[in-house]
Ligand binder design. Structure first.
Ligand SMILES: C[C@@]1(CC(=O)O)C2=NC(=C\c3[nH]c(c(CCC(=O)O)c3CC(=O)O)Cc3[nH]c(c(CC(=O)O)c3CCC(=O)O)/C=C3\N/C(=C\2)[C@@H](CCC(=O)O)[C@]3(C)CC(=O)O)/[C@H]1CCC(=O)O
Ligand SMILES: NC(=O)c1ccc[n+]([C@@H]2O[C@H](COP(=O)([O-])OP(=O)(O)OC[C@H]3O[C@@H](n4cnc5c(N)ncnc54)[C@H](O)[C@@H]3O)[C@@H](O)[C@H]2O)c1
Length: 226
């Protein structure tokens, strides 16, 4: 059902979608659609279908590589069959509205660009540091503010945050089932400035061993003996 002006009082629910091996349809192939496709490809949708008479060089290249299927024509009713989610990102508002109409008939969540009533979900501004993803939304109240905050966060989170995440993920995996015995506050204390300094200096292996020694070694031995 379309969101109305009166629904402005309600927040959107923040979530990260699992799209891997699911059919995703993007209608449109210009600048805005290309931004969506760039964000989608690392999520492993399959098939990823782009429907548009003209597409950007990026979409054309990804189609040649086999990362997506480009259907070179205008959208027609039926194109959304079997889709898990879809994007209406053409420069033709009425075409976007037709995509949204079919999506609603089929109960497929749709994002129609610049058309809030025809959005079942909205796109946040995104900061990526490796696998660390920071998503920012203003509940559609001011995309300019979302963009502004994104730029600020980009300055506050330099690229090595990606490595800090790698360190934590490595230790977490090495812990195995013992990770359930670690108090959340223990994690927070362990992620201190000494640890970060090592990562910032590029000493990722040392940082991994420091974090491991802080969180794990005795617990894992105890678990192994039990
Ligand atoms: C975050 C970002 C992500 C992305 O696009 O992927 C995004 N818009 C961005 C930029 C941007 N968009 C617009 C401006 C001009 C300034 C301004 O209006 O503020 C700027 C600023 C700029 O370009 O710097 C115009 C605009 N956008 C929407 C409307 C319709 C309306 O308001 O009715 C209009 C009026 C169109 C008209 O004039 O008719 C609607 C939406 N735009 C959203 C997302 C969703 C809400 C997100 C949230 O919760 O805030 C939502 C609801 C649907 C959607 O997902 O598309 C991306 C920043 C990326 C980045 O910089 O990192
Ligand atoms: N470019 C921007 O900076 C920007 C910013 C905010 C909002 N928008 C809005 O987003 C929309 C898309 O912008 P854009 O810059 O990507 O446009 P664009 O002109 O670059 O691309 C439009 C795309 O839509 C395709 N298309 C047109 N009719 C179609 C149909 N019936 N079926 C399938 N594909 C169709 C075209 O082939 C083309 O690939 C516009 O409504 C624009 O107002 C754009």
């Amino acid at each position: 059902m379309a969101r109305t002006h009166a629904d402005k009082i309600y927040d959107y629910y923040p979530a990260f979608l699992d799209l891997c091996r699911k059919k995703v349809v993007v209608v449109g192939g210009g600048e805005i659609a290309t931004g969506k496709v760039r964000g989608l490809i690392p999520c492993g949708p399959d098939p990823l279908v782009v429907i548009a008479p003209e597409v950007s060089d990026y979409i054309r290249e990804k189609a040649i590589e086999g990362a997506l299927t480009w259907i070179q024509r205008e959208y027609t009713y039926g194109d959304l069959e079997g889709a898990y989610i879809c994007f209406a990102a053409t420069d033709d508002k009425s075409a976007n509205a037709k995509v949204a109409k079919e999506a609603r008939e089929r109960n497929i969540p749709v994002l129609a660009v610049d058309d809030i009533p025809n959005c079942d979900f909205i796109a946040p501004a995104v900061v990526r540091r490796g696998r660390l993803v920071i998503a920012i939304s203003t509940n559609a109240l001011s995309p300019a503010i979302a963009s502004h905050v994104r730029r600020k966060i980009e300055r506050d989170f330099p690229p090595h945050w990606a490595h800090l995440l790698e360190v934590a993920a490595t230790v977490r995996e090495r812990l195995g089932p013992a990770r359930f015995t670690i108090d959340p506050e223990e994690w927070q204390r362990a992620l201190d400035d000494d640890l970060k300094s090592l990562v910032w200096e590029g000493k990722v292996d040392e940082a991994t061993e420091l974090l491991w020694s802080r969180l794990a070694s005795d617990k894992v031995e105890l678990e192994a003996r039990a």
